[in-house]
Ligand binder design. Structure first.
Ligand SMILES: [Mn+2]
Length: 348
């Protein structure tokens, strides 16, 4: 299967058949959902319920952060189940579903606490994703493509095969697709393909309020967030002679700045605005781990670094991972030395 033939007529027919035969459909995405995850779920839920009359449940492992509320609120609240809040209802929705659509993730472990329920489920499972290395064996039908900006772009391409015209999409679906593409490409700063701009153009023509999305996604944070960013850049930024930058958001800083989930979105990109920096790492301290976000410029692989040193992966220039305590680090205090050594090793 080549990239170009990822969307074939046979697969579109198979997808339409799965949708036609199912009344109850579960739509899933990954832990710590980002704009593309929530946008994908909102778009697919809107299409399946409004255009196809299906009984749809969106199931997410944990709640999207407040900065993504402009997308999350497009999912009717009685259709949205958060596993961390109501595990039984979330698992029942997966169990009862007659089709399961999994979006914006390549390996099923990324649905985290729901993984066992999904693996157990007998319903046909469909994966739609844009990361390399999909766990194809866990799904009956796989749409996987990496030459797109986002899962939302791939979903858009699939929907165009089905409905033929962006103006025929339910408005919520069109809006959510634009949201996921805009956030995953960081407002057209990365992973932009000719098809990305074609999609944007068609959705704009269909009436999507892109200015409103940009305002909601990038200019609607609390003032606290810019103070926190200022503190991180001024007091917490390390720069190595090899051109790597890294910072750690500790629990102590989180408390001091009244940090809320999602508010450091985009921080990892800031060091890359310096000419001499080619790699940026942002770590966030959590209970038993550090969450790791990595970005790089062309020629340096964020994915390799994530895979070799941070139990992660993702895209060539945008990856993530984690360091578990005590599995990877005996104590939390060892994190700085670990990052320094990893960078020395990786960039030598
Ligand atoms: Mn994505």
């Amino acid at each position: 299967m080549t990239e170009a033939t990822c969307i074939t007529k046979e697969k579109i027919d198979a997808l339409e058949g799965i949708i036609r035969r199912a009344k109850k459909i579960a739509v899933l995405s990954h832990m710590n959902p980002d704009g593309d995850a929530v946008g994908s779920c909102a778009a697919v839920a809107s299409y399946l319920s409004e255009a196809c009359g299906k009984d749809v449940k969106v199931v997410l492992p944990n709640a999207p952060g407040e900065p993504l509320a402009f997308i999350t609120k497009r999912i009717p609240q009685d259709r949205l189940l958060i596993h961390a809040k109501s595990p039984e209802a979330a698992e029942k929705a997966i169990e009862d579903a007659e089709a399961i659509l999994v979006l914006d993730l390549n390996r099923l472990e990324r649905v985290s606490s729901e993984e066992a329920a999904v693996r157990r489920a007998k319903a046909p499972k469909v994966l739609i994703d844009h990361h390399i290395g999909p766990e194809a064996e866990a799904f009956g039908l796989v749409f996987s493509k990496t030459d797109v900006s986002s899962a939302c772009e791939l979903i858009y391409q699939i929907l165009m095969e089905i409905v033929g015209d962006a103006r025929k999409l339910p408005p919520t679906c069109a809006y959510a697709l634009m949201c996921g593409m805009t956030t995953d490409s960081n407002n057209f700063a990365n992973s932009v393909f000719p098809t990305t701009l074609q999609m944007a153009s068609a959705l704009l023509e269909a009436g999507v309020d892109r200015d409103g999305i940009v305002e909601s996604a990038f200019n609607s944070y609390r003032t606290n967030r810019i103070r926190l960013l200022g503190h991180m850049l001024d007091q917490r930024l390390h720069v190595t002679p090899e051109g790597a930058a890294w910072m750690i958001l500790t629990k102590e800083i989180k408390e001091r700045f009244d940090y809320r989930d999602g508010e450091t979105e985009g921080f990892v990109n800031v060091p890359l605005t310096a000419k001499d920096i080619r790699l940026s790492i942002f770590l966030t301290e959590e209970d038993d781990r550090f969450r790791v976000s990595i970005r790089s410029k062309k020629g340096t692989s964020a994915r390799d670094l994530a895979g070799r040193f941070f139990n992660g992966g993702g895209h060539e220039n945008a990856s993530g991972g984690r360091l578990l305590v005590p599995d990877d680090l005996p104590e939390k205090g060892d994190v700085e030395a670990y990052v320094e050594n990893a960078l020395k090793e990786y960039l030598k």
